[in-house]
Ligand binder design. Structure first.
Ligand code: ZN
Length: 257
């Protein structure tokens, strides 16, 4: 691997970090291993913002992802995505924002087959689901604007980070928020060390691994504020809407910090 790559987050140089087998999956942390695919997947690391990604996937078409990753066997490496995770996320969102008693327009971005949106609709939410890997032919311009966009376990799957940010920017209403989950890599990935992190798993489609700094840089670039509730749950916003003021406190999470 002699090519050099520029970081899609900050534009700086990325250096080769490590190589893993295509079949490395998140289930390995539970002791479940797939047979080796014998396909090497290289990860590179940005020297500046520590964004880590697998450049091989940058040129994949959506159809290729569906054929090789989000296929019938995907459930074996992410058994919770069909039902357990959407149900847990619906419960958390209702506890955060209440049961459909408000006029929040919600979009679940990367929502798979749309279970989370359906569960929320049942409680009276105005909820829509959109997934670039499922709704291949839905132009996002037709979706409208949303007050609350959720993107649970989405960012790490994205082969084109600037395209994701442009989409979120386009879909978010003026004083809306993007609530998203992705594990930050800070304690797990660094220069001059091998990748031992379970989350860095190509078979799960985990190809873009964000450090906290890379999320902050990304937010600033698209004129969002950025804050984290934990290592896995984060928020982008431009202006805090009244219905989210109990969650986002300023100035403790200053712009772009
Ligand atoms: Zn970078």
């Amino acid at each position: 691997m002699n090519e050099s790559f520029l970081c899609p987050v900050c534009g700086c140089e990325c250096l080769p970090l490590d190589v893993v087998d295509f079949n490395k999956s998140c289930e390995e942390r539970k002791g479940k291993f797939l047979a080796l695919a014998q396909i090497p997947v290289y990860f590179v690391l940005c020297r500046e913002c520590s964004f880590c990604f697998a450049p091989d996937f940058s040129n994949w078409k959506l159809e290729e992802f569906r054929e090789k990753i989000y296929n019938d066997e995907y459930v074996l490496v992410d058994p919770e995505y069909i039902e357990i995770r959407p149900r847990a996320n619906a419960k958390n969102l209702i506890s955060m924002f209440g049961i459909g008693s408000n006029s929040i327009k919600h979009l679940d971005y990367g929502g798979g087959d749309g279970l989370l949106a359906r569960l929320l609709q049942e409680t009276g939410w105005q909820s829509t689901s959109y997934d670039p890997f499922v709704n291949l032919y839905t132009p996002i311009d037709h979706l409208g604007k949303f007050d609350l966009i959720t993107a649970f376990e989405v960012f790490e799957h994205v082969p084109d980070v600037p395209a994701l940010m442009r989409n979120l920017d386009k879909l978010l209403a003026a004083n809306g928020i993007v609530l998203f989950s992705t594990l930050v890599s800070d304690e797990n990935i660094g220069a001059n060390q091998r990748i031992n992190w379970w989350y860095a798993s190509p078979r799960n489609g985990h190809i873009s691994l964000f450090s906290k700094r890379s999320l902050a840089i990304l937010a600033k670039k698209y004129d969002f504020n950025f804050g984290s509730f934990s290592v896995g749950l984060h928020v982008f916003w431009k202006e805090v809407p009244p219905w989210a003021s109990h969650l986002i406190r300023i100035p403790s999470q200053a712009k772009g910090s």
